[in-house]
Design a protein around this ligand. Structure first.
Ligand code: ADP
Ligand code: MG
Length: 229
């Protein structure tokens, strides 16, 4: 319990610091962009004519990265309502099917019964997308990501299992997953799992990871359900 508290404090400190730095970087970038555009407009300098568009493009890219990052660290306002999770799971899978196909990964779904949770639908979808995407990315030469929805072991809960037969994680990786900036991918951010954990926790749920190196990973998302009348 104590460890968890310290970890969360550290986490919010890091993301607050990063967010304010990102904010401050944006202003000078906007100024530089304005000047380049101004110089580029009525110049006879061939080199400036040739390279200004590239500079502008890169500045825009930087801005986009910062905007996306800020969105990640500060998840938008929550909007809780009664959500039927079958639809959310299916939507998430359909969104990722093209990526799966590209990577030779089949995404399967099996769900029984109707389960309603009190949640922010977009956040739930974001959490599922993060986990399923990790599953796809863990598979190197084709495989599957199997999503299963079933009643949870505890009363009034639902369990969503996301299982892949990818490269799995070793003990150290398993202990580190969810810490900000922990990534083993060349283009990873190491933020996905941290955000997933936080979003699910905000819905009073929990996320558990099981993994075997070279065998695969199983992520278990458990959410409290609400009674339907
Ligand atoms: P990112 O995907 O950007 O690396 P995440 O927070 O989503 O960031 O994941 C952190 C790390 O956890 C990944 O880089 C990977 O090493 C490990 N990981 C997460 N999910 C899986 C999985 N399904 N199989 C194997 N490793 C995983
Ligand atoms: Mg990820």
């Amino acid at each position: 319990q104590f460890k968890e508290t310290v970890y969360l404090d550290k986490l919010s400190m890091i993301s607050q610091m990063a967010a304010s730095i990102a904010h401050e970087i944006r202003n000078p970038i906007t100024t530089v962009r304005g000047f380049i555009q101004f110089l580029h407009k009525d110049t006879n300098d061939e080199k400036l004519k040739q390279f200004a568009p590239l500079i502008l493009e890169e500045l825009d890219r930087t801005n986009k990265i910062i905007t996306n990052y800020l969105k990640l660290t500060k998840p938008s306002e929550t909007d809780f309502s009664k959500v039927e999770i079958d639809t959310v799971i299916k939507d998430s899978i359909e969104l990722l099917r093209p990526l799966g196909m590209y990577d030779n990964v089949t995404i399967l779904y099996q769900g029984s019964g109707n389960h309603y949770v009190y949640a922010d639908e977009h956040h739930l979808k974001q959490a599922l997308l993060n986990v399923i995407k990790n599953g796809i990315e863990a598979i190197e030469h084709g495989g599957y990501v199997k999503v299963t929805k079933r009643p949870g072991d505890d009363k009034n809960t639902v369990a969503i299992e996301i299982e892949d037969n990818g490269k799995g994680m070793n003990q150290t990786q398993l202990e580190t997953i969810g810490l900000p900036y922990f990534t083993t991918k060349s283009k990873g951010t190491g933020l996905g799992s941290m955000i997933t954990n936080r979003l699910i926790r905000d819905m009073n749920g929990k996320v558990e990871y099981e993994s075997k190196l070279n065998k695969g990973t199983k992520v278990l998302i458990i959410l409290p359900t609400i009674e339907m009348k």
